[in-house]
Design a protein around this ligand. Structure first.
Ligand SMILES: C[S@@+](CC[C@H](N)C(=O)[O-])C[C@H]1O[C@@H](n2cnc3c(N)ncnc32)[C@H](O)[C@@H]1O
Length: 259
């Protein structure tokens, strides 16, 4: 069964997103009025190596992730350290992979992987093939984490700059089932490039099967979040995956696929 088939069986419990402004209003009203507080930081941006516990019920595990806090200090560079959404998204995949989300047949591409936690967690959860990607300057730390995190099976790191597109196409060599994105929108300027890259990956299948995108995004700025949802809605069907507001209040998960 394709990942799209799995997701489409769950749509009754998802929230269809059709208007970006309404979506942001709803996020603020539902989440902020629920009294939930921003969760504790799960990441530590000051260290060059962190142990991250992925609490996924029966599928819990710990990953060692190398960081480069120095890169992070440079203007416009954010991927040298982990972001909280990557822990939330990894844990969501871990929990779901114990029930209906069978990850084992999937070829997964992660965009803007930074240190690579989500992709490496998906590899650990048994995904058949995972390709983590980022800009050239992130490749050193990303490749090291891939070496550290690889168990058995296919886990690769390759450059994929949203500006340039998948130039060498190695990232799209095999039909992609799932594209994952964690916390890649921190400024309005990145929105068109990221959504462009998502379209490129989602259009890459020659057999016409749908590629699903799962996005984890922290709600930081209403305007930036709205711009992202607006850009997604131009080309994608967008559903919000409900998460426990007491737990993941500020972290929004979306499932998307091309219209
Ligand atoms: C806030 S970080 C999130 C990193 C990681 N996904 C996480 O959740 O920990 C955003 C990531 O997007 C990447 N990024 C920004 N612009 C990019 C571009 N044009 N092409 C590829 N990646 C880009 C950055 O290098 C960075 O790794």
């Amino acid at each position: 069964m394709s990942f799209y088939n799995i997701i489409s069986k769950e749509l009754a419990s998802y929230i269809a997103v059709t208007d970006a402004e309404e979506e942001v209003c709803e996020l603020y009203s539902v989440y902020y009025s629920s009294g939930s507080k921003a969760r504790e930081d799960r990441v530590d941006a000051s260290r060059s190596s962190v142990e991250i516990e992925i609490n996924g019920g029966r599928r819990s595990f710990t990953l060692t992730i190398l960081q480069n806090p120095h890169i992070n200090g440079e203007l416009g560079q954010t991927g040298g350290v982990l972001w909280n959404s990557s822990v939330v998204l990894s844990e969501y995949f871990a929990r779901r992979s114990t029930d209906t989300w069978d990850l084992t047949p999937l070829n997964i591409v992660e965009l803007g992987s930074g240190c690579g936690l989500v992709g490496i967690a998906l590899h650990r959860l048994g995904a058949r093939r995972v390709v983590v990607t980022d800009q050239r300057r992130m490749m050193k730390v990303l490749a090291k984490n891939v070496e550290l995190g690889r168990t058995k099976g296919m886990l690769f790191a390759t450059e994929y700059d949203w500006d340039k597109g998948a130039e060498d196409q190695s990232v799209l060599r095999e039909p992609v089932d799932l594209v994952v994105v964690s916390d890649c929108v921190y400024h309005e300027a990145v929105v068109p490039m990221l959504v462009g890259a998502m379209k490129e990956v989602c259009r890459s299948r020659a057999d016409g099967n749908r590629v699903v995108g799962i996005i984890g995004q922290e709600l930081r700025s209403d305007l930036v979040h709205q711009a992202f949802v607006e850009a997604l809605l131009e080309s994608f069907v967008v559903y919000r995956i409900p998460v426990d507001p007491g737990v993941d209040a500020f972290y929004t998960l979306y499932a998307v696929w091309l219209k």
